[in-house]
Design a protein around this ligand. Structure first.
Ligand code: AHG
Ligand code: MN
Ligand code: MN
Length: 337
């Protein structure tokens, strides 16, 4: 048996790789891991809360309304960031506007965090994997002042760190600071994230594609042709490929990271910019994908190069194994009119 490396140890060991190695980012990552352990515990109790202890939306014994798990997770992370002293403000999928923390310590914080507290939350009711996705940037506004919208609207290339927590059959935390991708599995018996997936690399190609095919008639001809290609029989290239769609981006992405594959959420007639959010979902996972040798694109542009113009901006999203994504991009270019 090899020595167990905990996330905390790993963060300290790698601290010199951070761009501004002063311990603050280490503390922030540590805060995220603690908040995610608390959320993981709450996720594990979701079925009990819904079906035995009382439904969400009901009023509990203290007269408080039971909150949906997205809101519980959102509040948990915000509380951790607000009290941690490293973060001056946040933006989250669950809040209409960004939040600038006005306490003295937070105003001195160097970072902002953008996050999706619970991704795939419609899957909670059916006991399917869900997750948290986060993205960390250095603030642009002066230290000591309130965080601004400009701090939040930075290109993905400016990310200092990004990661996700997957509440699956185990709870895993996967993150990058721009020096490769590492994955940690929560050992619930000791309450520690332990390094289980060092130096994660996405296979260059695979035989798995992932898309909500209910949208197929509405999407770009290039994407339609690619999905047809995946489904055609051709033994020499291992086709037909397997279709896998969990409906939690974070879980579909995690599978692609480990087994290779392609995930597509296209622009559709009803939603011209697709469904997924650039700041909370696409950018952090694009950073991880690129660090693991994969690609993330909106069909024409590298995701990380897109300059956001609003907080809840949506983008079409194609992410995964290099060869597969490149093939779709070629088909999109060829069938563009
Ligand atoms: P969220 O639960 O944070 O709103 O995100 C849901 C997203 C994403 O996780 C998933 O891949 C996608 O919505 C599924 O959308 P469809 O049901 O349209 O396929
Ligand atoms: Mn989401
Ligand atoms: Mn969400």
């Amino acid at each position: 048996m090899s020595k167990i490396v905990t996330l905390q140890e790993f963060i300290i060991d790698r601290q010199n790789e951070f761009p501004f190695a002063s311990g603050e980012l280490s503390r922030l990552l540590n805060d995220i891991s603690v908040a995610s352990k608390i959320v993981s515990r709450d996720v594990r109790k979701a079925g009990l809360v819904d079906h035995i202890l009382g439904t969400h939306g009901a009023v509990n014994i203290q007269g408080e309304e039971q909150q949906k798990l997205d809101v519980v997770a959102d509040n948990q992370f915000i509380k951790m960031f607000e009290n941690g002293g490293e973060v001056c403000g946040i933006a989250s999928e669950e809040n209409d506007d960004f939040v600038a923390f006005e306490n003295k310590a937070s105003k001195k914080g160097k970072y902002v965090v953008l996050f999706d507290p619970l991704d795939g939350s419609s899957n909670v009711d059916v006991n399917v994997s869900i997750g948290t996705i986060f993205s960390i940037y250095k603030r642009i506004s002066p230290v000591g002042e309130s965080a601004t919208l400009e701090d939040m609207l930075q290109e993905g290339t400016k990310q200092i760190a990004a990661g996700y927590v997957l509440y699956g059959s185990s709870t895993m935390l996967v993150y990058t600071t721009g020096h490769g991708v590492n994955g940690f599995t929560l050992d619930p018996s000791i309450g520690e994230f332990c390094l289980s997936h060092p130096n994660m690399i996405m296979p260059e190609t695979s035989r798995i594609y992932s898309m909500n095919e209910g949208n197929i008639d509405q999407c770009h001809l290039g994407i339609q042709k690619y999905i047809q290609y995946c489904q055609e029989e051709d033994k020499s290239t291992g086709r037909p490929y397997s279709g896998r769609y969990i409906g939690s981006l974070v879980a579909d992405f995690h599978r692609s990271l480990i087994k290779g594959g392609i995930y597509i959420y296209p622009a559709t007639n009803s939603s011209a910019a697709g469904k997924l959010r650039l700041l909370y979902e696409c950018n952090p996972l694009a950073f991880i994908a690129e660090q693991a040798n994969g690609i993330a694109s909106d069909g024409k542009r590298r995701i990380l190069d897109i300059k956001p113009n609003k907080l809840h901006q949506r983008v079409p999203y194609i992410v995964g194994s290099k060869k597969m994504v490149n093939q779709v991009l070629e088909l999109i270019a060829k069938n563009d009119n």
